[in-house]
Design a protein around this ligand. Sequence first.
Ligand SMILES: C[S@@+](CC[C@H](N)C(=O)[O-])C[C@H]1O[C@@H](n2cnc3c(N)ncnc32)[C@H](O)[C@@H]1O
Length: 265
Amino acid sequence: MSEFQPPRFHTGRPYDHSRLTKLPFAANDDLVALVKEVFEQSKDCAPFAASNNPYALMPDTLAFLEALLTRTLPELIVEFGSGQSTQLFSSWAARNGKRLISVEHDRDWINKVDQDLPAPLRSVVTLVHAPLHLKRHGLREFFTYDALNQLVLEIRRADFFLLDGPHVSGREDVLYFVLCRCHVGAIVVIDDLRSYSIGEMLDTLPRQLAQCFAITPIDENSHGLAVLRCVSTPSPAPLPTISLRSVLRSYWRCFLDYRNYGTGC
Ligand SMILES: C[S@@+](CC[C@H](N)C(=O)[O-])C[C@H]1O[C@@H](n2cnc3c(N)ncnc32)[C@H](O)[C@@H]1O
């Protein structure tokens, strides 16, 4: 894992989230109001220190997540991509008698996250080391967690998700895995909405899946955020083959992520 390589999410083509209005997401004024209020509250939180890790969540996102936890009080949080967020979630969970499952592909990174957690925080976290493997959906290829199938029960139970991993080539597979299995009421926060690949994986959701979720994008956030809430039992849907370009791009993304970061074993 290279310390100084800029994350590809933050260097690629920008995404215009107005494209999300083309999909039949469920209208949900409550979610819009909740996100707006939480976003305003988060500006008053004690500021988080900015990390010098370019991959880490930004302080405004951490403040937003903390305020959103306080409003939604999830019993079980599942995050994909460990780091600063693991510190935040475990600290909140320890104070409130809740649990966190943190899924991370990179062995060195998860060991470091583990070492950095003080014992009281460590006791409320299940750290899952899930290296990456290639997985095909239709004609497209994804470089995604190998252990997702072993987490089905936890994903069905969880009330709050953060999708912040793995790298570009695997995140769409994780998105579908979560959206197709989560329960009504679950909140799914997706980081990096400013990135084209993240926006596109949302605005190409099959209509039958999109209509089971309400969505509120936050553009004012440093990397862009999307907050989804499951409003009706999801209708499982396959990942779409959008175009020949999307097929070629999926292989190219896997190649780049494998070359830059490896499997994480
Ligand atoms: C967007 S980061 C996850 C950040 C995490 N949620 C946080 O709040 O810090 C996605 C992945 O980048 C990897 N990563 C984290 N720090 C890194 C570094 N300094 N260099 C390369 N990869 C890194 C980890 O494998 C992580 O799962």
